[in-house]
Design a protein around this ligand. Sequence first.
Ligand SMILES: N[C@@H](CCC(=O)N[C@@H](CS)C(=O)NCC(=O)O)C(=O)O
Length: 119
Amino acid sequence: MKVIRLILGKLILLLNAVFSPKPQQRSDEEQQRINKELESMTLYQFESCPFCVKVRRAAKKMNLPLDTLDAKQPSNEQALINGGGKRKVPCLRIEQASGEVTWMYESSDIIRYLEQRFP
Ligand SMILES: N[C@@H](CCC(=O)N[C@@H](CS)C(=O)NCC(=O)O)C(=O)O
């Protein structure tokens, strides 16, 4: 079972690399403004988790260079559990200007949030 999962994971990564989405183009000024906003967000993920790949692909298509953290790494895993409440990925950590932090689970919710915030 572990071997099958490993092979499927590698296959997902290969297909993702081959069929990489084309990033949306923006003016340099607009892109810099968005990149600055993205500094308040971090995506907790596993490299070959299909739901994480789905979010990364959507972010790439929207040209949103999200900071990512490997949730398998113990300190990141602990931060995810302490902050978000569960060890599940993908999870987007969003820090508001007020300092309030939101931990958003569910790939579809994360993608919808990014699409609405960066139309
Ligand atoms: N419905 C969720 C599914 C996410 C999910 O099942 N993630 C798996 C990894 S692919 C997970 O975090 N499992 C918990 C674990 O491995 O400890 C989504 O779309 O984000």
